[in-house]
Every structure is written in C-alpha cells, then in structure tokens.
Design a protein around this ligand. Structure first.
Ligand code: FES
Ligand code: FES
Length: 154
C-alpha cells in the first residue's frame, strides 16, 4: 500500500512501489488534471508539487513520495473556485488547446513560491522544461510577471 498526502488529504493506493506517481494519481485516485505527455520527463505536462517542489510525476515512482505532500492542479483550484494564479491565466487568455497548462501552472506556482519576484531569466530557467505545442510561451511569461507584481503565488 502506497501512502502520501494528496492536496491536503491522506491518500493511499494499492499499487506497485515503482508505479509512476502520475499513473497513481490519474488512474488509481481519479484526478485527471495532470496530463500525460511524453512519459519520459521531457515535456512537463505531468508536473506536480512534492513538498513544494515541481516534479515530473511521470518518472517519479510513487514509493518515493511516501509520507510527502503531493499537490496537483486540483489542489490549486477548480473551474468553480479558481486560484488567483488561475484567474490571471484566464484574464490574460494564456491557454490555447490547454493540454500543457496544468503543468505550466504548477511549474509557475513552484517558481513563484520559491522566488516571488523572478527576473525574466529566472522565469525562462524555471519554465524552459515545460513545453507547449501551441506556443503560448509569451503569454505564460507575461502571466508570471503579472502574478509577481500582484504577489500571487498559487
Ligand atoms: S509527461 Fe511527464 S514530463 Fe512529459
Ligand atoms: S496550450 Fe496547447 S500545448 Fe500548450
């Protein structure tokens, strides 16, 4: 039995220790907001927080998060109760198809929690591993700048 905290609540799943965290969260625990992109740690679509740090959940064995705090996009907010960061995303019309945006938001939130006023270079460094086939990069960067101006981190 694998046990950890998921969005502030105790979670457990009867799965193999080496199963990727992404699979456990999506398929065993039913939270579908984190996306499968490459499955190899290369695109960022699956980004979650583990103890506040952005991780690629597709290459993170669930056993490695035992007892730790995992946060997914569902822990940030919902359509009905969007977080301040999600509201900025909507205000600036950041998403296009939307597939990558869960990972983008989680990566941005981890950056802003670590560095509330990031420079453009720090934004580039933190976000460079999160790919967007729709090319929303300029809007993502602008949304992070706006969030920093407003003191928004999540
Ligand atoms: S799906 Fe995890 S990094 Fe691409
Ligand atoms: S919004 Fe389509 S992949 Fe990023």
């Amino acid at each position: 039995m694998q046990q950890f905290q998921l969005n502030g609540r105790a979670a457990q799943a009867d799965v193999a220790a080496e199963m990727p965290l992404l699979w456990v969260v999506r398929d065993a625990l039913g939270l579908k907001g984190s996306k499968f992109g490459c499955g190899q740690g290369l695109c960022g679509a699956c980004t979650m927080h583990v103890d506040g740090v952005a991780v690629r959940s597709c290459i993170t064995p669930v056993a490695s998060v035992a007892g730790k705090a995992v946060r997914t996009i569902e822990g940030l907010g919902s359509l009905q109760q969007a977080s301040p960061l999600q509201k900025i995303w909507a205000e600036l019309g950041v998403p296009q198809c939307g597939y990558c945006q869960s990972g983008q938001l989680m990566a941005a939130s981890a950056l802003l929690q670590r560095t509330p006023k990031p420079s453009d270079a720090e934004i580039d460094a933190a976000m460079s591993g999160n790919l967007c086939r729709c090319g929303t990069y300029p809007r993502i960067k602008q949304a992070i700048r706006v969030a920093a101006e407003r003191g928004v981190q999540a």
